[in-house]
Write a protein that binds this ligand. Structure first.
Ligand code: ZN
Length: 190
């Protein structure tokens, strides 16, 4: 599997779907040699190219690449550390889920049956500044118990055994929260 092609494909899709604003968001894949291929810092996700991607070790050192790795690299590294089943991670700021993050309860039980089946409950991570070890540590604490996490006042992180799965989780999470928001449009009289 060509991981570089795959990351570029889903980075573009993230941008097209409006799940990332300006240079926000990042994607990574755990490669067969145990290193991590991750998007570079400071790029619009629609403009990420195969040769702009960065290879880092599980200790966070840059192994290869012209640019610096995403500032959320620790969040990615820690998830791979605590979830052996996870091979790909997506961090994004989709608008409905991000709005929901402002007032989310401790955890959230989805209403739509397919979301329940594929993802289960959504985990909640209390606010810490983006890009910090503090945020990455809270994500590390919650990741073993949930397949998706909503980061308070920030965005979301989803993961899976491939980028296909991780991105599906992102779309499903955002869809659930969007439907929950839209249901308020239909207040029928009984
Ligand atoms: Zn972010």
């Amino acid at each position: 599997m060509d991981y570089r092609k795959e990351i570029v494909k889903y980075a573009k899709l993230m941008c097209e779907k409006g799940y990332s604003v300006a240079t926000d968001g990042n994607l990574s894949v755990l490669m067969d040699d145990g290193n991590i291929l991750i998007t570079p810092s400071g790029f619009r996700k629609g403009e990420v190219t195969e040769d702009s991607l960065v290879v880092i070790s599980k200790n966070g050192e840059k192994i290869e690449g012209k640019y610096e790795p995403s500032m959320e690299k620790w969040m990615h590294i820690f998830i791979y550390e605590v979830r052996e089943d996870v091979k790909a991670i997506v961090h994004a700021h989709p608008p409905y889920a991000t709005a929901f993050s402002l007032q989310m309860p401790r955890e959230y039980e989805p209403v739509l049956p397919e979301i329940k089946m594929f993802i289960g409950k959504f985990g909640f991570v209390a606010f810490k500044e983006p890009g910090t070890l503090e945020l990455a540590n809270l994500v590390k604490e919650k990741a073993p118990n949930y397949n998706v996490l909503i980061l308070q006042k920030h965005g979301i992180v989803t993961y899976g055994k491939s980028l296909f799965d991780a991105f599906n989780n992102l779309e499903r999470l955002e869809f659930e929260i969007k439907i929950r928001a839209l249901k308020n449009l239909f207040k029928f009289q009984h």
